[in-house]
Ligand binder design. Structure first.
Ligand SMILES: [Fe+2]
Length: 155
């Protein structure tokens, strides 16, 4: 069987692997929750929010893949299984119901704030063990923070 070995020590690999797994869970669930809202949003601002949420889905999916593949490159198995994501996710889940446009804005402003805080913690802990992963997480945070701004601006 092929052996995937990255450049990191076991200790560094553990820290970095956990950071990447946490980021993966956040990003996968963010893509799912954003799709849920994309479908269920109602109100006068339906159209821009419907489109913006799909933009967020695309960003989250793209970064989820990059994060997972970084883990693989380091010899860590990413876990993007639905059950694993569901049990580990810290994202607030919307009800299965229509969501008023204003509530969508409030929900995503709060939800992205949490993702950003966790992403910044991961940026801090990967600084020493793996600046390459840190760089990747910084790029994720940059996009998530941009989305956070764009939801905040609609309040
Ligand atoms: Fe759609």
């Amino acid at each position: 069987m092929a052996q995937i070995t990255g450049p990191l020590s076991d200790d560094a690999k553990k820290v970095v692997g956990e950071a990447l797994q946490g980021a993966l869970v956040d990003l996968i669930d963010l893509s799912l929750v954003a799709k849920q809202a994309h479908w269920n949003v109602v109100g006068p601002h339906f159209r821009p929010l419907h489109l913006q949420l799909d933009e967020l889905v695309d960003i989250a999916r793209e970064h989820a893949d990059t994060v997972a593949e970084r883990a693989v490159a380091l010899g860590v198995n990413p876990d993007g299984r639905a059950a694993s994501v569901a049990s580990a996710s810290k994202l607030t889940q919307p009800d299965r119901a229509w969501i008023e446009d204003g509530k969508v804005v409030a929900l995503f402003t709060d939800l992205l704030e949490g993702v950003i805080a966790r992403m910044r913690e991961r940026i801090a802990v990967t600084d020493e063990p793996d600046p390459v992963t840190q760089d990747l997480l910084i790029a994720v945070a940059q996009d998530v923070e941009k989305q956070h701004w764009m939801f905040q601006a609609q309040r």
